[in-house]
Design a protein around this ligand. Structure first.
Ligand code: DGL
Length: 279
């Protein structure tokens, strides 16, 4: 086996502060069924979305370092907060590794469907404060008159990690975050946090009809596929006909049992085993 083949057969690393990145992993496994994945949720240090840039950068470098040690051929930063705060540092630290964030693909998904009523970005406090989405959207929509709004949703990550979609309190929290935008609001809502797609059904009942809710999962998966194809890094272990790259390995820095129980609602599939790891 040549060393190049060994690289093509290596896993793709995916990380998030917790289980939110599983919504991106779900799209990745659909778009790249022949690939193997290693997922890390830094659950011991979640949330990232209330922390400073310096801290998020440090956490992201450590999480990425762990996956790099495991020999991944590419890295997906399945966390908007880490993508917005730490992508340049990650790309500088691991210069030979293809590294993908979720902010640019998320912005593309929203820009594709947006109209003049505008785009509302819902994300963590750190993502909204950092302005990564506002910048990415402004770049993509240059010359148009689409207004861009941002709102931080501080409690959503906690509710999502606890699997509280059907709680009465959850509906109240979601409605509170959307206050002022429910009537005559922007017709495109961008879920700028990978935890938020688990509230898709809740949002469906709260939002007026005609509002598009988009996230970065599908566009990220397509961007990863295109880039790995261009670099000849796709797994072709059996000539490309293999449909399943092998079982995903799951790592978490805390709460393996909760990860197994709640994680399946993020992934849309069972998670048989999670290994605890220290970073
Ligand atoms: N899932 C992460 C994101 O996309 C953030 C969750 C957190 O605050 O840790 O921003």
């Amino acid at each position: 086996m040549s060393s190049l083949n060994a690289k093509q057969e290596s896993a793709i690393g995916v990380f998030d502060s917790g289980m939110g990145g599983l919504t991106v992993l779900s799209a990745l496994t659909q778009v790249l069924p022949q690939e193997k994945f290693v997922y890390l949720g830094d659950t011991a240090r979640l949330p990232y979305g209330t922390k400073s840039k310096t801290t998020v950068e440090r956490y992201a470098l450590q999480a990425a370092g762990l996956l790099v040690q495991r020999g991944v051929k590419a890295l997906v930063v399945a966390c908007n907060t880490a993508s917005g705060m730490a992508l340049p540092s990650l790309q500088a630290a691991f210069a030979n590794l293809p590294i993908f964030g979720v902010v640019e693909p998320g912005a593309q998904a929203a820009a594709q469907v947006a109209d003049d009523s505008g785009i509302l970005v819902l994300a963590t406090e750190t993502t909204i404060r950092g302005g990564a989405y506002q910048q990415a959207l402004a770049g993509l929509l240059k010359g148009s008159r689409v207004p861009i709004y941002g709102r931080s949703c501080p409690l959503w990550v906690t509710l999502a990690e606890q699997g509280r979609q059907s709680w009465t309190l959850t509906e109240a929290v979601l409605k509170d975050s959307l206050r002022g935008f429910l009537s005559r609001g922007p017709k495109t809502i961008l879920l700028g946090c990978t935890h938020f797609p688990v509230f898709a059904e809740n949002l469906n009942t709260i939002l007026p009809s005609g509002v598009n809710v988009v996230d970065s999962a599908q566009t990220t998966a397509k961007a990863v596929k295109a880039a790995l194809t261009a670099r000849d890094l796709l797994n072709r272990a059996d000539g490309g006909s293999k449909e399943y790259g092998g079982p995903t390995e799951y790592f978490a820095t805390d709460g393996a049992d909760r990860f197994i129980q709640v994680g399946s609602t993020f992934l849309g599939a069972a998670i048989p085993q999670v290994q605890l790891i220290d970073i």
